[in-house]
Design a protein. Structure first.
Length: 459
């Protein structure tokens, strides 16, 4: 309730600030317009605004002078109306974005979002056949993508920056239209510096986005490798170890990815004990071989030695259990090699998590981009007029969007569907443990059928 009240309070404050800004800008502009030479000359003649009757006309004024004064009155009235129209056009992008953002917030949430992102950073959904079919449909995919801007959280993340840049372009427009005619110096920049620097800016943005994407792909490949290793360990133990040892070992395998996910995300996003309970599989009511770790075993992980990470503790337990299986040397070596691969993948994840893209590079790119967009209206206003507002907003949305996407995927473990990967590992493990006898029987039946169909051995 408190969070909701705070959220509504922020929305109300932002709306009031927007209205107040519009009113202040309009009042200032109208004041400057009232101070124009036409208005001063009209005031010096003694005419009152809006007085058109005979009683308001001085006796010494000729009809032609009255007509000129009335013309000046109409001209000023038209000027004020045009001022309000230009103000509305200048602030139109901010108003439209505000309406889209508020509409998007009112829609029900069907995605999983990163913790503490205010539902602005969504976690990638694993694609199924239907998702791929929809992604390559022409031209529906184009229209759906464009319509998706109304539901995208990208506008919410960029709203503050777009508002500031909109205010800058509106100020440039009104300074040129309103203050320069009053004698203020004309401030204008050449487009050549922006043309030359746009190449460097594009390279900076592209390199940053590429590096963030490479981190995302590497993290995805690492977790895909862990998925295959966990499958391999479960099958190896089911075929080589005694049944009791297999069940005991296989229950611990899903605990590794669950513990690693807990370490790579905000601790507030996951409860380690609950994640370990869910690592048993989708059916938590199963008992016997289908059950997961007991509460005593879960507490062993939660209360592990101080300074030891949960996933390191799990790999130590897995290695100990392999040693206690008394397997032949070759089989033990293969299983030990899989544990080594898990540890290597774990270290690779920790390396990605602890080392971002060089901070100086990220800061320089962001600074360059914002200053480039900040001064751009001074170069475009002379040729675009009021269109400078819309041109700057469009460029800002796309360029800031590229930069923002790179920021969001730079830490890939927040946006990758790690929960789905952990579920797949635990689900497959529970199926193998619960149906071990039937799987073995199916293999024996298949072998007998294959022997009967085989060609007789020639004499």
């Amino acid at each position: 309730m408190a969070a909701g009240g705070c959220f509504q309070s922020r929305q109300g404050t932002r709306a009031m600030a927007l209205v107040a800004t519009a009113v202040i800008l309009a009042s200032c502009c109208q004041a400057f317009l009232s101070a124009s030479p036409q208005l001063r000359s009209r005031t010096s003649t003694g005419n009152l605004a809006g007085s058109t009757g005979p009683s308001a006309r001085p006796s010494h004024l000729q009809p032609s002078q009255v007509s000129m004064a009335a013309g000046e009155e109409i001209e000023i009235s038209i000027g004020v109306s045009g001022l309000w129209l230009q103000l509305a056009l200048a602030l139109l992008p901010t108003l439209v974005i505000e309406l889209i953002v508020e509409s998007e917030k009112s829609r029900p949430r069907t995605r999983e979002y990163v913790l503490n992102s205010e539902d602005q950073i969504s976690i990638q959904i694993p694609f199924q056949i239907g998702n791929w079919e929809a992604a390559r449909q022409n031209p529906d995919r184009v229209w759906k993508t464009l319509a998706g801007l109304l539901d995208s959280s990208l506008l919410r993340r960029l709203q503050g920056s777009l508002f500031v840049l909109n205010a800058v372009s509106a100020f440039v427009l009104f300074y040129t239209v309103l203050l320069v005619p009053q004698g203020y110096p004309l401030i204008s920049l050449q487009t050549l510096p922006f043309t030359l620097s746009s190449f460097a800016l594009g390279l900076l943005l592209a390199y940053r986005a590429n590096q963030a994407t490479l981190r995302y792909i590497k993290a995805r490949d690492i977790w895909g490798d862990m998925l295959n290793i966990c499958r391999d360990l479960t099958q190896m133990s089911s075929q080589w170890a005694r049944y009791e040892d297999f069940v005991d070992f296989a229950r611990w395998v899903p605990a590794f990815p669950a513990s690693l996910m807990y370490a790579l995300r905000n601790p507030e996003a996951h409860d380690l004990a609950q994640e370990l309970r869910e690592a048993a599989g989708p059916d938590l009511s199963k008992t016997g071989a289908g059950a997961g770790l007991s509460e005593e075993e879960i507490q062993l992980i939660v209360n592990r030695p101080k300074g030891m990470l949960a996933h390191h503790y799990v790999t130590h337990i897995l290695r100990t259990k392999i040693k206690l299986m008394d397997l032949p040397l070759e089989q033990r070596a293969l299983m030990e090699n899989n544990i080594t691969r898990l540890i290597n993948d774990c270290g690779a994840c920790e390396n990605i998590f602890a080392t971002p893209i060089p901070v100086a590079y990220s800061k320089h790119t962001t600074t360059f981009l914002y200053l480039w967009l900040f001064f751009l209206p001074w170069a475009l206003e002379g040729s675009l007029g009021v269109g400078v507002v819309f041109a700057q907003q469009l460029l800002s949305f796309f360029l800031l969007g590229i930069e923002d996407i790179g920021v969001q995927i730079e830490q890939p473990f927040d946006v990758l569907p790690l929960k789905k990967i952990c579920f797949k590992i635990s689900n497959e493990g529970q199926i193998v443990r619960s149906n071990f006898a039937s799987l073995e029987e199916a293999a024996r039946v298949s072998r007998k059928a294959g022997v009967k169909q085989a060609d007789p051995v020639p004499a």
